[in-house]
Design a protein around this ligand. Structure first.
Ligand SMILES: [Zn+2]
Length: 329
């Protein structure tokens, strides 16, 4: 299957088998995994490969079908909006859509990019629909939060889990998609984006993640030197103004985390290596132990908002606890 996505080889192989007719096309398929790792891109590429008129498993991007899929006007795909609540009225409209057979191909696909967003009424109506679907209909869905989907609905889907890309896949993504970012920042970006390529793309615009980091570090230094919170508050404001507030707490956490790694003599784990000396200068401040409490509070805050931070933050949080323990020994 032709795809621009790095990694996810197992999933791509499986989708390829569907395209080649080596395995049956499941009546309902769900790609699930953390945000920003390529589930929707993979879905679109699967549709392109499925419907391209060239009839190979490598879409051309130029035929009538490919162009219509790109502009969301292909008649055999019914597409639900992303990130919006799905109401019962939309399920009724979908039913009106699929009662007639496909016009351009063998399959009609209903594509639901945020399956977790169905109201209870919509879910019940959708369940009824899943009982007797027409033979040409296929449901293709993605979700970041499978845990928020009704178990009765979930059980109707073949679930395909996708994980965050490995470090080497992430590096390959950076080389291809972020040529303006020097390689020395890849690791920082990997941590800052929680290894999500989509989010890395967003925060790397105008190197905004570096600006936030500089402002945060300056804020922490000022806080330690003069007990002045203004500069840190300015960093938060900058993050909010540039739509990167999700980055604010993790940036501070990684700076504090790096400081503790430096103190423990575990320099190879330092993420912000390019500003090593500046972080060291923070260590020289007398009033630095309050940072541990600050990090604790932030980690707990973030683990409550699990919606955004998932497994990645949980791992970091446990690591933080272990490091603190080691430090106090
Ligand atoms: Zn094509």
């Amino acid at each position: 299957m032709k795809s621009t996505i790095k990694g996810h080889q197992g999933v791509k192989n499986f989708l390829e088998k569907i395209l080649m007719g080596k395995v049956p096309f499941p009546s309902a398929l769900l790609l699930e995994g953390p945000p920003g790792i390529g589930k929707r891109t993979l879905s679109r590429e699967f549709f392109l490969n499925l419907y391209c008129r060239r009839e190979t498993s490598h879409y051309c991007g130029e035929c009538h079908s490919c162009k219509a899929i790109h502009s969301h006007t292909f008649p055999d795909i019914y597409r639900f909006p992303e990130e919006e609540t799905i109401k019962i009225q939309q399920i009724r409209e979908m039913k009106d859509y699929y009662v007639t057979p496909p016009v351009e191909s063998n399959w009609k696909v209903v594509y639901i990019p945020s399956l977790e967003n169905m109201t209870i009424n919509a879910s019940n109506s959708f369940l009824k629909m899943l009982e007797e679907p027409p033979s040409y209909l296929r449901i293709f869905a993605t979700t970041n939060y499978a845990g928020q989907i009704l178990p009765t609905i979930l059980s109707r889907f073949m679930q395909i889990p996708l994980t965050t890309p490995s470090w080497s896949d992430f590096k390959a993504f950076c080389r291809d998609s972020l040529p303006h970012i020097p390689e020395k920042y890849y690791q920082l970006l990997f941590y800052m984006s929680h290894s999500s390529p989509a989010y890395a793309l967003k925060i790397s615009k105008e190197q905004g993640f570096l600006t936030i980091r500089d402002k945060c570090l300056e804020g922490l230094i000022q806080l330690s030197q003069k007990e002045e919170a203004g500069p840190l508050y300015n960093a938060l404001n900058y993050a909010v103004e540039h739509n990167m507030e999700r980055n604010f707490f993790p940036t501070i956490l990684f700076l504090i985390r790096d400081l503790i790694y430096i103190q423990l003599n575990l320099k190879e784990f330092v993420v912000n290596r390019d500003i090593y000396d500046k972080i060291m200068s923070l260590d020289k401040e007398k009033n630095v132990s309050f940072l541990w409490d600050l990090a604790d509070t932030f980690y707990e805050k973030l683990s409550v908002q699990k919606k955004f931070y998932d497994q990645f933050l949980w791992n970091e949080y446990l690591l933080w606890k272990i490091m603190k323990l080691r430090k106090s020994q």
